[in-house]
Design a protein around this ligand. Structure first.
Ligand SMILES: *Cc1c(COP(=O)(O)O)cnc(C)c1O
Length: 375
């Protein structure tokens, strides 16, 4: 058995004829930058998300940077960032001279705890970044309300949850990435919707921010060689857009495939007192970009080693909370106590999950977990 955390080869093999055709067209047309595929893909993604504007860019980290620049945040402004997450949001906040303010997360969903956000505000707070982590939305409705009540922006980092649904208390459903003022995503090869390299996009309902984001991604110009804003160079390649055009119609099926693996893990592992299986909240669907256990104190690394000897890979997303990352020493601010983030960094373990897992692989992984400590 060849168990991978994410198996890109099998998915691409399955879609190979369609991919070959799309890539062949790009080669034949030789319109490698801003070819027609780029706009076409952006329009299709906008339609899929039911959002008026999608602005493609070079990667998910750039998307976050461009979002902050489009909202015209200025050096010294504070941005609330979850303490347990991937580094991208905090990094671009700091690179722009903004001040990251760490807020603790909910222990069951790993996403920013809305109850702690207002307590972290100062007179300089301008934005909140919510990360829809591991395939499930943060609790976006209260976050959006807090943002609107306080005149700050909500940015949704949706790199891990493209296609998830957020359900409002009144029953209204919106796609993840479209509840905040601006949403961002990544098409990195392991993400739910993946290209063959780097790619990213922003999404928004606001025409002004969409226009600004588009300009910023092209050196701040609307008209060529007329630079109205300070920008950067961040493009989605035509080749990547062509690949994404092939994959977008399969996104729902990809997400369903991971959900069915998660259901099998859950049925077999949920009652085991040695770990806690992922919790699903009623306000969000869960795409299981990661299937992340919380392992009893002190046993996580041992379990990981054991699984490795059995040919089962696993990963720790993420081993250090933001407040413990050396890069931020000295200029970030703690907006709340951060005990949950610290606890999670010591207890989380993500199991293999991807769109092409076989029943035998899932059964084998479950077997190995059940045998752990009982051999
Ligand atoms: C992958 C990821 C990013 C960054 O995307 P890149 O395309 O690699 O720059 C940002 N945020 C989260 C939560 C991610 O998982």
């Amino acid at each position: 058995m060849d168990i991978q955390m994410v198996d890109l080869r099998r998915q691409n093999q399955r879609l190979r004829p369609e991919l070959d055709r799309a890539i062949g067209e790009v080669i034949d047309e030789a319109h490698f930058i801003n070819g027609p595929q780029v706009k076409r893909f952006a329009d299709r993604l906008a339609e899929y998300l039911s959002v008026p504007y999608v602005v493609p860019c070079g990667n998910g980290t750039d998307a976050l940077q461009i979002a902050l620049m489009a909202l015209d945040l200025r050096p010294g402004d504070e941005v609330i960032v979850p303490a347990f997450t991937y580094v991208a949001a905090a990094e671009v906040v700091a690179l722009l001279g903004l001040i990251p303010v760490w807020v603790d997360v909910d222990p069951e969903t790993f996403t920013i705890n809305p109850g702690l956000v207002e307590g972290a505000f100062s007179g300089k707070t301008r934005a909140i970044v919510a990360v829809n982590l591991f395939g499930q939305c943060a609790n976006l409705e209260p976050l959006r309300r807090i943002a609107d009540d306080n005149g700050v922006y909500l940015i949704e980092d949706n790199a891990q949850s493209l296609g998830a649904d957020y359900r409002f208390a009144d029953g209204q459903v919106r796609k993840a990435g479209t509840v905040g003022h601006i949403g961002t995503t990544s098409f990195f090869p392991s993400k739910p919707l993946a290209c063959f390299g780097d790619g990213g996009a922003l999404m928004t309902s606001d025409k002004r921010w969409a226009e600004r984001a588009k300009m910023i991604a092209t050196h701040g110009q609307r008209v060529k060689y007329h630079h109205e804003l300070l920008g950067c160079n961040s493009r989605l390649d035509t080749l990547q857009a062509a690949i994404l055009e092939v994959k977008l119609p399969h996104l729902a099926e990809f997400n369903a495939a991971r959900q069915s693996v998660a259901a099998r893990y859950h049925a077999a592992l949920a009652d085991d007192p040695r770990w806690i299986t992922p919790v699903e909240r009623s306000y969000s669907t869960h795409l299981y970009h990661q299937y992340t256990l919380r392992v009893k104190a002190g046993q996580r690394d041992d379990l990981r080693e054991y699984l490795k000897t059995k040919g089962v890979p696993s990963m720790v997303y993420y081993p250090l909370p933001m407040q413990k990352q050396e890069a931020f020493y000295g200029f970030a601010r703690k907006g709340s106590t951060l005990g949950v983030a610290e606890e999670l960094a010591n207890s989380v373990l993500s199991l293999p999950i991807h769109t092409e897992m076989t029943d035998e692989e899932v059964a084998y992984i479950i077997d190995m977990l059940k045998h752990y400590g009982r051999e």
